[in-house]
Design a protein around this ligand. Structure first.
Ligand SMILES: Cc1ncc(COP(=O)(O)O)c(C=O)c1O
Length: 405
């Protein structure tokens, strides 16, 4: 059957394969623990539920402007102004079907075929595929060995005349690292000067631990929004644990916003009006839910690290924010795919191989699930990899014996 070259160029996520296998094991009654989870497990905030059900009760569920309801765009602009300390008019905001969609829109609006988009390694699995889908060239900048974040100079050195954008995610999926002020200052000044877009994927920006904050690139530009090359993407998925609503946004200079508006108008029209109402309800409602989520995540991060602390050979960088940690398991197996398969089959724990994020030898361990799952998952990993642990482990109702070294 005829499939386009473009479709053929897109990789399938290995995560899917693991999820399928995990579901199969679960269907067989096996007590699988999922550390691959990429979404908070909280309930939707009341204010979001109320706003979306009010909309439903109205009974008029119709198109909205492609860019979103004016009241939602205003709520997003107000949120950005307040949280980023940068005055943003609502006309620079486009609401889309998730921040993944918002990122696609941005890339479609600014990347020409053959243009490079620079991204630090490790990167979110979707970035290279997104760039390929807009016929750009994903270009990777690796950190120094032992580090999870390249320095700003290395990123800057990768920029050439064919570079459309640099794409930064802070806190980072998968590493949990927050881009420092010094890093962003250097990069923002360089990008503004050179006319290269700096796309900030800020989806985890409020989820920073230990009282810290993720600096914003906006802090390091004096340019008015409409002549600045900084573009911010954000959304409600991680901030409020509202992944299923599929609502994200871009904040971009007027010319880029107008290009995105055209693209979105032709492609999907507006995001669902029910989800737009929910997002507005969340953004304008009580923000206590974000604090609760943050506390849960920080406690879980601590539980995970405490549990893994005595696994000799494991190198863990303490996640500063987000939903994941990204330890170096190369002392056990430098093939992360094989290691993730081994852990699923032997210890019934789902992890995500680092090779998916551009760094083999590492595994992404998510801590967004329940405290019990996080502790149990880490306990099983330790048992499977540490010959010093007792050879028997109770998994569910079964006692399993380690018959490997
Ligand atoms: C770094 C990053 N950006 C964007 C997204 C997409 O989020 P959304 O649900 O808003 O499309 C994710 C989701 O996992 C992510 O990890």
């Amino acid at each position: 059957m005829r499939i386009s070259d473009l479709a053929a160029s897109v990789s399938e996520s290995a995560t899917m394969k693991f999820n399928d296998r995990a579901n199969q094991l679960r269907a067989e009654g096996k007590p699988v623990v999922h550390l691959g989870i990429g979404e908070p497990k909280n309930k939707t905030p009341e204010t979001a539920l109320a706003a979306s059900s009010d909309k439903l009760k109205e009974g008029y569920i119709k198109y909205t402007p492609a860019a979103g309801l004016p009241s939602l765009r205003t709520a997003i602009a107000d949120y950005t102004t307040e949280r980023y300390g940068r005055e943003v008019p609502s006309t620079n905001v486009i609401a889309s079907n998730g921040s993944k969609h918002a990122l696609f829109n941005v890339l479609m609006a600014i990347v020409n075929p053959g243009d490079k988009v620079i991204m630090p390694v490790p990167y979110w699995v979707t970035y290279p595929e997104m760039v390929k889908l807009v016929r750009g060239i994903p270009t990777f900048v690796r950190p120094e060995p032992g580090s999870l974040m390249p320095d700003a100079d290395s990123v800057i050195r990768a920029v050439d005349d064919n570079t459309a954008a640099v794409l930064i995610n802070s806190p980072n999926n998968p590493s949990g690292m927050v881009a420092s002020s010094a890093f962003l200052e250097k990069l923002a000044e360089f990008c503004e000067d050179r006319g290269v877009y700096l796309i900030m994927d800020d989806i985890y920006r409020e989820l920073v631990f230990d009282g810290g904050e993720a600096p914003s690139a906006y802090q390091y530009t004096n340019k008015p929004l409409d002549s600045s090359h900084i573009i911010v993407v954000n959304g409600i998925s991680k901030l409020y644990g509202m992944t299923g609503f599929r609502l994200g946004w871009s904040v971009a200079p007027a010319e880029v916003t107008s290009a995105i508006n055209k693209i979105q108008g032709q492609m999907t029209s507006n995001a669902s009006v029910i989800s737009q109402a929910a997002a507005e309800g969340a953004l304008t409602g009580d923000q206590q839910v974000v604090g609760e989520l943050l506390t849960h995540l920080q406690d879980n991060r601590n539980r995970l690290l405490d549990e893994l602390a005595d696994l000799d050979g494991l190198k863990v960088e303490r996640p500063q924010g987000g939903l994941y940690s990204f330890p170096d398991f190369s002392a056990f197996n430098s093939d992360s795919l094989a290691l993730a398969e081994f852990l699923l089959e032997k210890a019934l724990v789902v992890t995500v191989p680092g090779v998916e994020f551009g760094m083999d030898g590492y595994l992404r361990l998510g801590f967004a699930g329940s405290a019990e799952d996080v502790v149990e998952g880490a306990r099983r990993i330790k048992w499977a990899l540490d010959p010093g642990q007792p050879s028997e482990l109770k998994i569910g109702d079964e006692v399993v014996t380690r018959d490997w070294n």
